[in-house]
Design a binder for this molecule. Structure first.
Ligand code: A3P
Length: 290
């Protein structure tokens, strides 16, 4: 954020990560030595695609709609960020079955996953909304460089010169796993449009049978409003030197299409051109239109 102009990212295998919790060692450990358990469920996203939302949904499915766990325990403890040192420690002592969260690109994901029966839920979001959300987030989070302007941040994003690397490469690589029975793809837009149906499909993928009333409770407790009121997921408990609540709100708007309020016509055309080029062959694969 603006309070720290000198943020230096951690670079691991060509991808930048925010400093502080991530380190080259923790990223290397996550990739090469992390012990994956067959009953692990990974919540994987590119940043700002609905990560924290999915953590709430997966936690509530696990507790069969009972909100007690979500209200009592911080999201980062319910679903540790195992690519950071802090999260690794939490993940390794976490009883099974675990929920785990990360933004890792496919090539840096734990190698052990690929010979396991663990499951991945990958959530994707319209990259135009991602870049807007990422821009606002970068301003309030101390481990991110302060964006010079939206226009500059947009250029960096399109070049893949932002933490966690290129959105295009992240999504394209993960998308190659579509069709595997232990990988589930969903979009932020589907969650918005039909949360109940999305929760049902997630339950099916996870092999968890929930009663209708439990499903309704998952839906109610993962609404934008309910999450805003829960300090175990709304980020307000994070200290000011990590997340500056005066510079923004983590659960900011929670809508589809906010990019229309940020992009100029020229930016939108430029984005569309690059999108079509970089996502060639994936026409119609996602809910948004170009
Ligand atoms: P906006 O900045 O567009 O509001 P992540 O968790 O990956 O960092 O993503 C954060 C984005 O998801 C933010 O987007 C946030 O508001 C949105 N979000 C989180 N929970 C949500 C919910 N229950 N409903 C809608 N959007 C939600």
């Amino acid at each position: 954020s603006i309070t720290d102009m000198a943020v230096r990212y951690v670079c691991y295998k060509g991808i930048n990560f925010p400093p502080g919790y991530n380190s080259e060692q923790s990223l290397r450990f996550a990739e090469t030595q992390f012990r994956v358990r067959d009953d692990d469920v990974f919540n994987v996203t590119y940043p700002k695609s609905g990560t924290v939302w999915m953590t709430e949904i997966l936690s509530l499915i696990r507790s069969r709609g009972d909100p007690a766990w979500n209200r009592a325990v911080l999201n980062s403890e319910r679903s540790p960020w195992f690519s950071t040192q802090l999260g690794l420690d939490a993940a390794q002592t976490c009883p099974s079955p675990r929920l785990l969260t990360c933004h890792l690109p496919l090539q840096l994901f734990p190698k052990a996953f690929f010979s396991s029966r663990a499951k991945v839920v990958y959530t994707v979001r319209d990259p135009r909304d991602v870049v807007v959300s990422y821009y606002h987030f970068s301003k309030m989070c101390s481990s991110y460089q302060d964006p010079e302007s939206f226009a500059q941040f947009l250029e960096d994003f399109l070049r893949g010169d932002v933490p966690h690397g290129s959105w295009f490469e992240h999504v394209r690589a993960w998308r190659q796993l579509k069709g595997k029975d232990n990988v589930f793809f969903i979009s932020y837009e589907e969650l918005q449009q039909d949360l109940q149906g999305s929760v049902r499909r997630l339950c099916q993928f996870l092999g968890q049978e929930l009663e209708d009333a439990d499903i309704s409770s998952v839906v109610e407790n993962t609404s934008f409003q309910a999450m805003r009121e829960n300090d175990k997921c709304n980020s307000t408990l994070l200290p000011r030197n990590i997340m500056d609540q005066e510079r923004g709100t983590f659960l900011r708007k929670g809508v589809c299409g906010d990019w229309k309020n940020h992009f100029t016509v020229a930016q939108s055309e430029h984005f569309a051109m690059i999108y079509r080029e970089r996502m060639r062959g994936l026409n119609g694969a996602f809910p948004w239109e170009w």
